[in-house]
Design a protein around this ligand. Structure first.
Ligand SMILES: NC(=O)C1=CN([C@@H]2O[C@H](COP(=O)(O)OP(=O)(O)OC[C@H]3O[C@@H](n4cnc5c(N)ncnc54)[C@H](OP(=O)(O)O)[C@@H]3O)[C@@H](O)[C@H]2O)C=CC1
Ligand SMILES: CC(C)(CO)C(=O)C(=O)O
Length: 298
């Protein structure tokens, strides 16, 4: 299967790199600094104490998706519409498009831009970019993929690359579960500039997290989504599992990059307003992160 990765960052380089290493024909579409490095010496995939040098196609142009049967869509949530529109004219009519993004509505939003089905994927991994064309794996890697006509073929491709994946009717439900975790941790870690272990021990923080989760539950229920009954325990337990982790929102803010907060707490606030469900705790976190994004602009 010919594969294209739209958005060669931490997620795109990791999964694109694993597929290419297993022999798939992969093209990464990314920014010039990554594309230049990959063309010069291959993609570096650092995992399990080893660094693999993976030869893989790379381009800065959205026409890199042309002819791909499978497209992994890996840009941040705020870029979905713009990047979707860039790649739309180049897509094969029968390409299968997988949204490898956090947030619960990226596949639907991209599908609206492209006028076709986009398959949601819940991505359970921790990766980051260590430098140009150099991705680093920190844990997990398994995928829950929504149904598509090519589901079996995709699983075979991923299995050959050592990627653990399964097809599920409930990928969106799984993304809601991730959303609740993100709503509870991302903004608070960004605003306190603390990793989860320290953050949750601060006075009042756990109580705020409980309020955030309760609001997410109410919005999910009003949306017809049943979250796991033990979601609160799972959320609170994550701090002990990842005590040194800073949220991606904290990392984005520190680097002066736009965060995905509009698609995390922001999504819950918007959906709550549509459904008449109050979301004051999520709204405060959203407002403070949006204001903090502006702080660097002076
Ligand atoms: N990293 C992780 O461990 C996990 C991430 N996710 C989710 O995966 C998604 C992707 O995250 P992640 O990979 O970390 O993000 P990154 O920012 O590392 O990767 C996205 C890349 O796409 C690039 N890009 C944006 N627009 C274009 C364009 N028009 N043409 C070419 N390249 C473009 C970005 O460049 P630029 O920054 O210059 O715009 C960036 O390099 C997010 O929704 C995230 O929440 C989910 C699970 C874990
Ligand atoms: C799971 C969590 C909260 C881990 O940091 C994450 O997805 C993020 O930082 O965006």
């Amino acid at each position: 299967m010919k594969v294209a990765v739209m958005g060669a960052g931490a997620i795109g380089c990791f999964y694109g790199g694993l597929l290419a290493r297993a022999g798939a024909a992969v093209t990464l579409v990314g920014r010039a600094q990554h594309v230049d490095a990959v063309r010069e010496r291959g993609l570096l995939v650092e995992m399990g104490g080893e660094t693999h040098v993976v030869p893989v196609g790379a381009t800065t142009s959205a026409n890199g998706v042309a002819g791909a049967e499978l497209v992994l869509f890996c840009v941040k949530s705020g870029d979905t519409e713009v990047v979707g529109a860039e790649m739309a004219p180049h897509l094969a009519h029968d390409a299968t498009i997988l949204s490898f993004q956090n947030g619960v509505d990226n596949a639907a939003r991209l599908g609206a831009v492209l006028g076709r089905l986009v398959v949601p994927v819940a991505v359970y991994v921790a990766t980051d970019m260590a430098g140009p064309g150099h991705v680093r794996h920190h844990g997990r890697g398994d995928l829950l993929i929504g149904p598509s006509a090519r589901g079996a073929e995709i699983l075979t491709l991923f299995a050959a690359a050592g990627i653990s994946a399964r097809v599920s009717e409930d990928a969106i439900g799984a993304l809601w579960g991730k959303l609740v975790v993100n709503c509870a941790y991302n903004a608070l870690s960004a605003l306190t500039r603390m990793p989860y272990g320290r953050m949750i021990r601060q006075d009042g923080v756990e109580a705020v997290m409980r309020d955030v989760v309760a609001e997410c539950r109410a919005v999910a229920a009003a949306s017809g989504v049943a979250l796991a009954p033990d979601i609160l325990d799972a959320v609170l337990g994550l701090a002990a599992m990842m005590p040194d982790q800073f949220s991606s929102t904290a990392q984005d803010l520190r680097r002066g990059k736009p965060t995905e907060i509009d698609h995390l707490n922001g999504f819950v606030v918007r959906r709550g307003a549509e459904l008449g469900v109050p979301t004051p705790a999520n709204r405060v976190l959203l407002t403070l992160v949006k204001a903090a994004e502006k702080a660097k602009e002076g």
